[in-house]
Design a protein around this ligand. Structure first.
Ligand SMILES: O=C(O)CCC(=O)C(=O)O
Ligand SMILES: [Fe+2]
Length: 331
């Protein structure tokens, strides 16, 4: 357990944002308050009208890129327990977290491990692969002691949910059933703790980026912070109790030949409370050839993207930086 003393000396326990966390003017979010965009689609996955659900997902992927799913079949206690155990983990003394990460082979990125153009992000982060479970679990945190049990339930539920969504997308795009099965065997988890920040206008939890996944499933608890770039403006993907945020990744944009679009997004901090989130990426397998699906290509719909092997892209773009080896299970 973290002691009071340990907490008081942590990097975020400061009266003002240190220079090393202050972004250059053009990257700062500025003083605008976080405002939730009410137009972001909310999709009920349990609706009896399946074709209606599919249509809503495809439309959301074309227009808003992010959407939220409700009545998704993941019980609230599973997600809440996952957040609780992560909170315990992030509260442990830093040396203990680092020791566990080194011993078991998962990634711990304390805020100072990130250095983007010389500036740190306002977050602590952990990452590890999740699939196949039997192979991955031994490389997860050992502490808190119930971490593996709680997170195993969570990641399995999220895998089921992501399958459901990918199958609906297949149907909506006109791809054969199970199109993504073989090619999306990589799932990894990235959990972030964004402590309350004395001045959210000068720093960010995550800088603007695309997710290089097929889809990303985010549980953001009950604190706002996520913004997506839409028509050149930052829009807030506000918290909806027990909902998951779904984001179309760049690799699905390519496979769909641009029928679905991936959006840049970023994370703002806030001055009132800590924010803890769990991101699950469903990624192409390393040997997957990423290219517009053949059935979507014809004379009037030429391919809009070149084809490449996912692992070559990951290496050449440094998509996962120093932690490529860990999140990209080898074939
Ligand atoms: O924490 C969030 O709200 C989103 C994080 C994110 O965009 C990512 O991990 O790629
Ligand atoms: Fe992201």
């Amino acid at each position: 357990m973290a002691t009071m003393e340990d907490h008081a000396t942590r990097w975020f326990n400061v009266q003002s944002v240190p220079h090393s966390y202050t972004f250059p003017l053009e990257k700062r979010p500025g003083k605008l308050p976080f405002s939730t965009c009410t137009a972001i689609p909310i999709i009920n996955l349990n609706s009896p009208e399946k074709s209606d659900t599919i249509q809503k997902i495809i439309k959301a992927g074309q227009n808003f890129v992010f959407f939220q799913v409700i009545d998704h079949g993941v019980s609230e206690s599973v997600s809440t327990e996952a957040l609780n155990v992560l909170k315990e983990l992030f509260n442990m003394p830093l040396e203990e977290i680092s020791r566990d990460a080194i011993k078991n082979g998962w990634v711990h990125m304390g805020s100072t491990s990130f250095d983007i153009d010389g500036v740190h992000l306002w977050r602590d982060n952990i990452k590890h692969p999740c699939h196949p479970l039997e192979k991955c679990m031994q490389h997860w945190p050992q502490m808190p002691t119930r971490y593996r049990e709680v997170m195993a339930t969570y990641v399995q539920e999220i895998r089921r949910l992501s399958w459901r969504i990918l199958e609906l997308i297949c149907e909506g795009l006109g791809l054969e059933k199970g199109f993504f099965e073989e090619i999306s065997q990589v799932q990894f988890l990235s959990a972030s703790n964004y402590p309350a920040c004395p001045d959210p206008s000068v720093t960010l939890g995550v800088l603007k980026h695309f997710d290089h996944s097929f889809i990303t499933i985010l549980f953001q608890g009950n604190v706002d912070g996520l913004q997506a770039l839409h028509d050149g403006k930052w829009i807030g993907v506000g918290v909806l109790p027990n909902a998951f945020v779904v984001n179309i990744g760049t690799q699905l944009e390519i496979m769909s030949n641009g029928k679905l679009i991936s959006a840049e997004h970023r994370v703002m901090t806030n001055s009132d409370e800590d924010r803890l989130t769990i991101t699950t990426f469903i990624n192409p397998s390393p040997n997957c050839i990423v290219e517009p699906a053949k059935v979507l290509i014809n004379e009037s719909n030429p391919p809009l993207y070149d084809s490449f092997m996912y692992k070559d892209f990951v290496v050449s773009s440094k998509a996962f930086g120093p932690y490529t080896e860990v999140v990209q299970t080898k074939d």
